[in-house]
Design a protein around this ligand. Structure first.
Ligand code: IVH
Length: 744
């Protein structure tokens, strides 16, 4: 394997990465990677920890159960920890090939499952161990406690030990009874654990409705469920189509439940939906058969599944097998690999994205994959097609990445004749397929230092390309940009389709009556946007024009490279759009060579420019504002009387002129734990005082603002010697100016 030094480094990196994905998944309900990718990282870390136990960190994410409880809810300690469950993976074909080549023997792909069952047999000293096999539901785990037959409280899993009390939200779920039937023989204290989820169809319908109302849509039912359970207003929760399925037991007092079979019978008597279908098996062969049978059926369920859970039926046997620090030894989850299907690549078409990016799309002979019919799949870019030698007519293997976006994995049979390389430029005859505008070829480097590749992408560079306007519009009005309400994808598309909008700024000139009469349906079957929605749009667009600061406007423009934090930093360095367009600072910055430090540059050094703004951002921002399209935008804003101002202008932290009242100028703070107000509000105060807020603690952090219950960030700050301050300290700094006085 790797040498110890490299292993230790990799372990630290993996731990950080896994912690970040945990937060995204558990706390923000916004994962960036698929479960399979997460599992891979996790497994790699486990593998290294086994190989190098000396370096294994006792606080490694492999030793904990999940994320931290969120703010706003009361917390409760689970009477019995809500543990995780160990995963068993199917061994991929390629891996089996390798093992066979080396050892001459080909293990079954269910080997990990077989080993798990053998451990049960050994642990209990029995040949036949009765187990159940049931679906692993892709929802959000909750604990529901009944006391004397009445719903006492419900809580999220939280970090496994402590969770949020979400009783009011859980009460909105109709299938969860408030009281259990008196004759059901339920124990005096009964903690039922299970998954809250959003049925697939109801989820799709809700997302469509949200989109029409201009509300942000959810990526998948799981995120949507997690987001819903975090809402503080149960009336809002009640509007969302949540459901519940029970799959386990927590605390039981004043009654005996001796087995899973008895538990299921009890669920039937008290009318709580149990997890079905469920198989019983008492041999390895029968377990494998059940796992396979479930795989056949699971795509027809009304919720997502990515595995089968295998559990020992008898509760005494469960106790005998016991627990590791993170999971029971008597249960495991067998994870199904994402379903892959073979089909024919009929054609390659090209889609134009919001930024003008031209994405090649595989037009496929329709096939059913993981429950939906797939007709199209992404081919990413020209380089991807050529590296994989993909050609029209070939038989290709496809799968759904991260459960949603279908992608082509590889060619299984060449049918497309010769190996002619795919050229986007030739394919499109040099023009955008939507607007016939000019296209531009860009090369970017990707991969690690040792394995660097050039990726060729193409862009439509016509700012007014209609394919881009609707999606630019969505970015323009989004909550983090100008926060103009009432414009979802459908409304945006219709505005463009009906010729009311050629550029997002046109939105400011559409009369209210015209908006109200906008037909969202078809000519035969019209459906108007309505007066109420029109009024909302007009009201919020006026607010955007009058009040939204420069940073929001910058982000709203959707300039390549200029995300939220870069926009914020640009607005700290400039007063308005004109200053950015003519910025000498950015002109210097764009010429900075790789390896050259801003700190060493005579013109740049006094500014202490944050890493969010580097040569690439400077270049992109100047390119935009100096282009004809950008100049037209500035001119148009002037005509409309819109002149957004910076609300955090403090270009030189040492320059007292710019920092009057800016007591936190140049300071970066990280926030952790629960505070007296939502983080957004506290962050706004910090911004207003010229400071910045970052998501993670590093040696560049000036202060950690810690509320109740700060966890890993707190430890990190202490270990890096970053000063930890309280909310009172912050308030003192905001008023006295002590922070700006002492330079770092
Ligand atoms: S039983 C002691 N059964 O998967 C743990 N869990 O990694 C026993 N989950 O968040 C768990 N479907 O909420 C069990 N049929 C099922 C499940 C299931 C989903 C969730 C569970 C937990 C996670 C465990």
């Amino acid at each position: 394997m790797t040498d110890p030094g490299a292993a230790q480094e990799e372990m630290e990196r993996l731990a950080r990465e896994i912690e970040r994905h945990n937060r995204l998944y558990y706390e923000n309900a916004a994962p960036e990677i698929s479960d399979a990718e997460y599992d891979q990282l996790y497994r790699r870390l486990e593998e290294l920890e086994t190989a190098f136990p000396l370096f294994a960190d006792p606080a490694s994410p492999t030793r904990r159960v999940g994320g931290a409880p969120s703010e706003g809810f009361q917390q409760i300690r689970h009477p019995i920890p809500m543990l995780s469950i160990d995963d068993l993976f199917e061994i991929p074909e390629e891996e089996l090939d390798k093992i066979e080549a080396k050892t001459g023997e080909r293990p079954p792909k269910e080997q990990e499952l077989i080993q798990f069952y053998r451990r049960l047999q050994k642990g209990l000293g029995a040949e036949r161990v009765p187990v159940t096999i049931e679906p692993k539901i892709d929802g959000v785990a909750v604990s529901i406690v009944y006391r004397e037959g009445r719903l006492d409280y419900a809580a999220t899993r939280g970090d496994g030990t402590t969770g949020d009390v979400i009783t009011d939200n859980i009460r909105t779920i109709r299938s969860i009874p408030f009281a259990l039937p008196g004759d059901a023989g339920a124990p005096a204290v009964l903690e039922i654990r299970g998954e809250v989820f959003m049925p697939n169809e109801a989820f799709a319908r809700m997302n469509e409705e949200r989109d029409e109302e201009g509300l942000p849509t959810f990526a998948n039912p799981r995120n949507s469920t997690a987001g819903t359970l975090k809402l503080l207003d149960p009336r809002e929760v009640a509007k969302r189509p949540l459901d519940f399925i029970a799959h386990g037991l927590g605390l039981v007092e004043g009654g005996e439940i001796g087995s899973i079979t008895e538990f299921h019978a009890l669920l039937d008597r008290i009318g709580i939906r149990k997890n079905t279908p469920v198989w019983e098996a008492d041999s390895v062969e029968a377990v494998i058969a059940a796992v396979r049978a479930l795989d056949e059926q699971r795509h027809g369920f009304d919720y997502g599944t990515d595995g089968a859970v295998i559990k020992v039926i008898d509760r005494d046997a469960q106790q005998q097998l016991g627990y590791t620090s993170r999971a029971p030894r008597w249960a495991a989850a067998y994870k199904y690999p994402p379903e892959q299907k073979e089909t024919t690549l009929l054609d390659i078409t090209v889609q134009v994205g919001r930024t003008g990016k031209l994405t090649p799309v595989a037009e496929l002979d329709p096939v059913l994959v993981s429950g939906t019919t797939v007709r199209r799949a992404t081919l990413h870019n020209e380089s991807f097609i050529n590296e994989k030698h993909i050609g029209i007519g070939d038989r290709v293997l496809i799968q759904k990445a991260g459960e949603i976006i279908p992608e082509v994995i590889r060619v299984v049979a060449k049918k497309g004749g010769d190996e002619a390389r795919f050229s986007m430029h030739d394919h499109l005859k040099g023009v955008c397929p939507v607007c016939s505008g000019p296209i531009e070829r860009r090369e970017t480097l990707s991969g690690s230092k040792s394995d660097q590749r050039t990726i060729v992408t193409h862009f439509c560079v016509n700012f007014e390309c209609p394919a881009q306007v609707a999606s630019r519009m969505r970015q323009f009005v989004s909550r983090k940009a100008l926060d103009i309400e009432g414009i979802g994808t459908i409304v945006a598309e219709k505005l463009v389709e009906r010729g009311l909008i050629h550029s997002p700024l046109d939105l400011f000139e559409i009369p209210e009556a015209t908006l109200g009469a906008l037909n969202l349906g078809t000519d035969e079957n019209p459906r108007m946007l309505g007066d109420k929605n029109a009024a909302k749009i007009v009201q919020t667009r006026e607010r955007a024009a009058r009040e939204m600061p420069l940073s929001r406007w910058l982000f709203a423009m959707g300039i390549s490279q200029v995300g939220e934090s870069a926009a914020r930093e640009l607005s700290r360095l400039h007063r308005n759009f004109r200053e950015i367009a003519e910025s000498e600072l950015l002109a210097e910055l764009r010429t900075l060579k790789t390896g050259e430090r801003k700190e060493d540059h005579p013109l740049l050094a006094p500014y202490e420019i944050a890493s969010e703004v580097g040569p690439a951002v400077a270049n992109s921002a100047l390119d935009f504002f100096q282009s004809r399209a950008g100049q037209a935008v500035l001119h148009r804003l002037e005509e409309l009387g819109i002149d957004p101002r910076s609300d955090n202008y403090a270009p030189k932290p040492s320059d007292t002129v710019g920092t009057v009242g800016k007591t936190l100028a140049g300071k970066t703070l990280v926030i952790t734990g629960s505070l007296s107000a939502p983080r957004d509000e506290i962050a706004a105060k910090i911004f207003a005082a010229g400071g910045k807020v970052s998501g993670s603690v590093s040696k560049n952090t000036h202060y950690l603002l810690a509320g109740e219950g700060g966890g890993s960030k707190f430890d990190k700050a202490v270990s890096l010697g970053v000063p930890v301050i309280s909310e009172d300290d912050l308030n003192a700094m905001l008023t006295s100016g002590s922070a700006a006085a002492e330079e770092p």
